[in-house]
Design a protein around this ligand. Sequence first.
Ligand code: FES
Length: 171
Amino acid sequence: MLRESLSKDKFNELEDFINSLEEKKGALIEVLHTAQHIFGYLPKDVQLFISKKLNIPSSKVFGVVSFYSYFTTKPRGEYVINICLGTVCFVKGADKIMEKFEQELNIKCGETTPDGKFTLEGLRCVGACGLAPVVVVNEKVYGKVTLDDVEKILSNYNNEVEDKKLAQSSI
Ligand code: FES
């Protein structure tokens, strides 16, 4: 029930944004960008909604979404863990760090935990090679990460999730 109303709110937000556009023609990328920001990803029903609202064939919307790697049709976790797999980080053991995250979360790189908390991804050099190996969680950068740090990093976010739950239940 709560899930449904949350999603309704998100559709309303997207609709308001589309209605606020002065020029809808040529706004597809901007609308998709905003929709991904609102929903976290672009499921098919969101793409169909956009196609209807902008009066653009759904095939064109699907085509644009699949063309740009920035857009994703899979739900991503609340926390996206990116492990730098650039050369310097790799030499400093980023592959082992990735394996450790995979073990701890019981998912493979590119997947999201079933509870939607964490997504695990690899990326190319983030330009902080002096801190190799580097792990980025959402916007936060962790440098010189060791295998022992992996559990600590995860427990930060697990605690944060618990704190939020507690805060919500006490409202
Ligand atoms: S290779 Fe990882 S930050 Fe440059």
